[in-house]
Ligand binder design. Structure first.
Ligand code: AN0
Ligand code: CP
Length: 317
């Protein structure tokens, strides 16, 4: 594997799950693989899980790790080509990227959708410049349109907890005060569409996702109907995708919050969320604290997904 930006690059899913299982059971078996290799993690946005789990994964593989928060201590970066740089940004991404590439063997990049231009976001302008100009393997730690390490961890978690071969997965929009990217729901949909699970997406009108990601999922605007018989409830907020409202919060309808009453409609479903989560906006205290909540094992599997992917990247060096 050279670059990793989408779960589609995992290839055969059964093989990917088997590799993940091996990594989980033998976390230190490949210490020699990463010896004298350096991972550089670049954050344009905040993180708790991605930073810690990816770093832990790299350490398990014997790698050295350097982390840079671009917004804390680095020069402010211009990202547009052709700009006369007489403003507050002393350095251009077009120099910064190849320089970063000189200091490492692989680069992880977190660069969220900026909601300034739908075209720029959906063309993954920042991530693709890292791929084009760093000279090193690049993997996404959540880019503008996808969060594949999260999705892979979600899929591993479903594999571990599912009680039937083809569980019903319901991804539900839930309210949130701030505009959030579509990367997590896009990526989750992309991943579940690779499986033969039953897959329903539910959200209020106006929050339709890009059809390319929705794929074969059934879209149900009635959340109660969608939740009926669910084996897994995957909650997430996202801002509008449609051209007229791109990046906007259209409503904060708390009747969409995942509560005990909502979970009672399901087949005793497991509750999932990528975290961070706003309690009593996205999900009630009772649900997230219930025995059916698997948000912590889901987060724990972020080490497994990152280590499985990093191992493939190291094997490809
Ligand atoms: C981010 C998002 O919704 O994409 C990161 C989630 C992993 N969430 C927030 O910014 C709160
Ligand atoms: N789920 C996730 O990616 O969390 P962080 O934003 O804390 O990394």
């Amino acid at each position: 594997m050279r670059h990793f930006t989408s779960v589609k690059q995992l290839g055969n899913l059964e093989e990917a799950f088997a590799k993940a299982k091996y990594v989980k059971e033998n976390p230190f078996a490949d210490q020699a693989l990463g010896r004298n290799k350096t991972l550089l993690m670049i954050f344009f946005n905040s993180s708790l899980r991605t930073r810690l789990s990816t770093q832990k994964a790299a350490l398990n593989l014997g790698m050295n790790v350097i982390v840079l928060d671009v917004n804390q201590g680095a020069w402010k970066l211009e990202t547009e080509r052709g700009v006369i740089m007489d403003g507050d940004k002393p350095e251009h991404l077009l120099e910064a990227i190849p320089v970063m590439g000189c200091y490492c063997d692989a680069i992880g990049v977190r660069s969220f959708a900026r909601f300034e231009s739908k075209e720029a976001d959906y063309n993954e302008v920042i991530l693709n410049q890292f791929i084009q100009y760093s000279g090193k393997p690049v993997f996404s730690m959540e880019a503008a349109t996808r969060h594949p390490l999260q999705t892979f961890a979600d899929m591993i978690t479903i594999e571990e907890f599912k009680k039937t071969a083809k569980p019903k997965i319901v991804m539900t929009w839930a309210p949130h005060p701030k505009a959030l990217p579509q990367a997590v729901p896009n990526s989750f949909a992309e991943g579940i569409n690779l499986t033969d699970y039953e897959f329903v997406i539910t959200h209020p009108k106006g929050y339709e996702l890009d059809e390319a990601f929705v794929g074969n999922a059934r879209v149900e605007y009635d959340q109660d109907k969608a939740l009926a018989g669910a084996d897994f409830v995957y909650a997430k907020n996202w801002a509008a995708y449609n051209d007229a409202d791109y990046g906007k919060v259209l409503n904060m309808d708390r009747s969409w919050t995942v509560t005990t009453e909502k979970m009672a409609l399901t087949n005793n479903a497991y509750f999932m969320h990528c975290l961070p989560v706003r309690r009593n906006m996205i999900v009630s205290d009772d649900v997230i604290e219930s025995p059916q909540s698997i948000v912590i094992p889901e987060a724990a599997n972020r080490v497994v997904s990152a280590q499985t992917v990093l191992k493939e990247i190291l094997l490809g060096l």
